[in-house]
Ligand binder design. Sequence first.
Ligand code: PMT
Length: 398
Amino acid sequence: MALVALGVTGGIGAYKAVEIARGLQKRGHDVVAIMSHGALKFVGEVTFEAITKRRVITDQYAPGANADIEHISLATDIGLLLVAPATANVIGKFAHGIADDFLTSLYLATRAPVLMAPAMNTNMLEHDAVSRNLATLTARGVRFVDPGQGYLACGWVGKGRLAEPDDVVEAAHHMLQPSGSLLGRMVLVTAGPTYEDIDAVRYIGNRSSGKMGYAIAAEAARRGARVVLVSGPSSLPAPPGVELIRVRGAHNMHAEVMRHAAEAHMIIMAAAVADYRPAARASGKIEKSDAPLELALVRTPDILADLGRARTGRSSPLLIGFAAEVGDPVARARVKLRLKQVDMIVANDVSRPDAGFDLDINAVTLVTRDGEEALPVAAKTAVAAVILDRTERLLAAV
Ligand code: PMT
């Protein structure tokens, strides 16, 4: 089992880091806690010392810790650097390579994977500076456990509270224990709706919640795959161990999917991508009047069809599409299978009350060149598992 460096920085969620340390130990890992000066204002180092049975690191230059330059020696010993809670401050320092204390120096010195669980006020989380720093770190391979929604210590209600300790432990354990049938594979998943802006306040969207695609991404990560999830607007948090890229419109989704397609072994398009967008986005807010308003629409790029075309003559990556249909979903899915040149279409009859948009359950039929398989109504998590079982079979045959 591995040694985990648990960086605790100054937020009210610091007390939950004690539970995270315990959870990691229960999974068999050894934990060394590193507390920032801010963290010490919220929790005492003795608490972490008692739990981890190790000296807690609070100072880069503590007497007795300099003979082997502690942050360098620890950097090579750890299997994971986990920061929970991660404040806007430590996120900014990691992003910009500022090394002014033990934890930030350790980040630069280690080659171990890095996992961060951000926690802060909603406005801080959504600030452009923090968003850019998170994007920089994501691009550098740092993984995140998304903060949750709810009451924040500052009295606000919104996104920003530290993720549940069990979810942080699960994500950390997953990064330390790569195993599973998709180990070594890269799976690219799309989820959610796309929003096509009409003007500064209105858009064309659809009822997709992202639940189906997020369930597939979570299951692929549990099976050991490196998972990149490109998601349209959705309120769901990133599944543990998944690299989440948030986009808005079909064009952004197209660009992100194409950017990652070359490294993917399998691409699963569960997103409900808009087929049309307004021909032009009005600059301000369109004023209402009594005259009818006509909106000219143009086609969006068909991402799945472009992937099929780009793959012509090759069998990799495996391409899986969804088809949200009313009427005869299997017949329509078969047409899409051929036209979009893909390996499987998951046909979804969205006219059924027990299937499709925004539900926790789904009922789908898997359509391949060789036949069809109707799955019974089940939780989207269970449907995701069967879809991956079948796609793994197809992957093995490639
Ligand atoms: O998100 P949930 O609330 O959990 O709901 C799940 C779901 C109903 C959205 C999902 O199960 C589903 O059916 N997703 C596909 C919806 C859809 O857009 O179907 P389509 O028949 O319009 O598109 C066919 C395929 O082409 C899809 O894989 C789609 O991602 C892709 N496509 C569509 C249009 C476009 N411009 N580019 C695309 O890549």
